[in-house]
Design a protein around this ligand. Structure first.
Ligand SMILES: [Cu+2]
Length: 122
């Protein structure tokens, strides 16, 4: 006997939701450009001596950048255009941002206007 639509629809929804949740867990919601089988990488930018080191990093879509504050002062990683804002990164702390979209993204420290950097996403 065929299953009635009233019974199979909720089951289909649950299957869909489970699939979406699983893929979100596996790839992260901000990494749509990372194809299956490609490993994402994390690039580290050190904040030291009131500089982003290196000041420019090039990554692939789906990769992440991790800022590590090695200064004794607070800093931020804030995109020049709307995009991301770490908020205060206390000394010894880190902030990680995933980049899902190709482009060139300038950023700065909100507390020290001389601190600038660039993330190039290929
Ligand atoms: Cu700063």
């Amino acid at each position: 006997m065929p299953r009635s639509p009233a019974r199979s629809l909720p089951r289909l929804l649950i299957t869909l939701l489970t699939t979406v949740s699983l893929s979100a867990l596996l790839t992260g919601p901000a990494a749509p450009a990372a194809g299956p089988g490609r490993t994402t990488t994390e690039t580290t930018v050190v904040i030291e001596g009131f500089e982003f080191v290196p000041a420019s990093v090039t990554i692939h879509a789906g990769d992440s950048v991790r800022w590590v504050n090695k200064d004794n002062d607070e800093h931020t990683s804030t995109s020049d255009e709307p995009g991301w804002d770490s908020g205060i990164i206390p000394p010894g702390s880190t902030f990680t941002q995933v980049f899902g979209t190709p482009g060139t993204f300038g950023y700065h420290c909100d507390l020290h206007s001389s601190l600038t950097g660039k993330v190039v996403v290929e």
